[in-house]
Design a protein around this ligand. Structure first.
Ligand code: SF4
Length: 397
């Protein structure tokens, strides 16, 4: 049985106003190079995304070296103590309208310590999921699964015990030793996803956690970091990853992105940045995701892939690979989106094409019906083969 619409939609003028307010493209100009001026994170463009005025901090996190560095970066921010980064009722949860959520995402930071450090097997995008150095996001994509535990309004929580996170990771890498044989994640290196619960490019506007992780992987010849991003942060060009970090720029047709990827860098900017990230020592891949089935989706994806074929340098194409990920949505998120961005739900909520599936945490996810999904994956593969034959698909689901 397909998923059902749950209630009628309010007027959707609000979301259009939000797009105008939040339109953000810090990457219209060529990306700055090392030594070419101030860090991007100190510019007005970066502050449009993150203008921290309030920091909720666990005591140990605030007292740590990383915590003190972050507090020093935002000297005018009000610092409020919290017992646990997990439970801040007036911040987390879904109450309140989107103006408040976006303000919280933009103005509030949480500092905490990562208590449970585990490296989990994955096997699809990466071999392993590394312990997070942050969770939450300053952007607000309408389909985002990251807020599933803390609620949609979750601002970024930075974990300040980065030494313990790196220690855990380095011991894991050492225990594994060299990868015995290649797989679709990578032909030679163990791949660790370092951005499961946040966007590392935005996290790097706040602290050196991401830089520390990337520099560590640069020293580990058997391992490689990997993260997906929808934001172009030129400061990452200065980190010298030495080929040991894979940045995966997520792309989708610009019309879908404008509707669904709130507060992110425009898709064209993400594609335009690929060459410079490769030059700076990253492996550059693409996430074709999420693929949202709507009238005209194949034409829109064909246009996007043709654009990539037109503008990407040959050296990017020679090493690129892609993940194709069909949209998974969620019933609670659907209800929530109807309250602030109902036009997104016209594209995301398709009971005629979707079926429910209970998720690990008990919520109801909706995904495209099996036959619909297989057909769409085949069509995406054919589009890539036709428009961007150089783009190897690592996996599609
Ligand atoms: S950029 Fe990623 S983590 Fe941030 S809101 Fe969008 S999907 Fe979620």
């Amino acid at each position: 049985m397909g998923a059902q619409p749950r209630r009628s939609r309010p007027d959707d003028g609000h979301a259009d106003a939000l797009f105008a307010l939040e339109d953000l493209d810090p990457c219209q100009e060529r990306l700055p190079r090392a030594g070419a001026g101030p860090l991007f994170r100190d510019t007005p463009a970066a502050r449009r995304l993150l203008a921290v005025t309030e920091i909720r901090a666990e005591a140990a996190a605030a007292a740590s070296q990383r915590g003190r560095q972050i507090l020093a970066r935002f000297p005018d921010a009000r610092v409020l103590p919290v017992a646990s980064h997990w439970a801040i009722p007036d911040l987390h949860g879904n109450a309140g309208n989107v103006d408040r959520w976006v303000r919280i995402k933009r103005e509030v930071l949480v500092l905490g310590e990562k208590k449970t450090l585990t490296t989990r097997p994955n096997g699809r995008s990466a071999d392993w999921i590394a312990p997070s150095s942050a969770n939450g996001c300053a952007m607000a994509c309408a389909y985002c699964y990251v807020p599933r535990r803390k609620g949609y309004a979750n601002p970024i929580t930075v974990f300040t015990n980065i030494e313990r996170i790196l220690d855990n990771l380095s011991r894991h890498v050492a225990r594994l030793g060299p990868k015995p044989e290649g797989n679709q994640c990578d032909p030679a290196a163990w791949v660790y996803d370092i951005g499961e619960n946040s966007d590392c490019s935005v996290d790097a506007l706040i602290s050196d956690n991401v830089g520390d992780i990337i520099r560590s992987f640069a020293r580990w010849p058997s391992a490689k970091a990997s993260f997906a991003t929808k934001f172009v942060n030129p400061d990452l060009l200065l980190l010298e990853p030495k080929g040991r970090t894979r940045i995966r720029f997520s792309v989708m047709p610009q019309a879908d992105s404008k509707l669904l990827d709130i507060r992110t860098s425009p898709v064209e900017s993400r594609i335009a940045a690929a060459g410079e990230f490769l030059e700076a020592g990253y492996e550059v891949h693409f996430n074709l995701s999420p693929v949202v089935l709507r009238p005209g989706w194949e034409t829109a994806w064909a246009d996007l892939l043709r654009h990539m074929d037109d503008v990407l340098p040959t050296r990017v194409k020679n090493q690129a690979a892609a993940e194709v990920i069909m949209l998974t949505h969620n019933e609670d998120l659907h209800d929530l989106n109807l309250g602030w961005h109902p036009r997104a739900e016209d594209a995301l909520w398709r009971p005629d094409l979707q079926e429910p599936k209970r998720s690990e945490n008990g919520g109801i996810n909706v995904r495209y019906q099996r036959a619909v999904k297989y057909d769409a994956v085949d069509r995406m593969r054919a589009l890539v083969a036709r428009q961007a034959p150089w783009l190897r698909i690592r996996y599609a689901f």
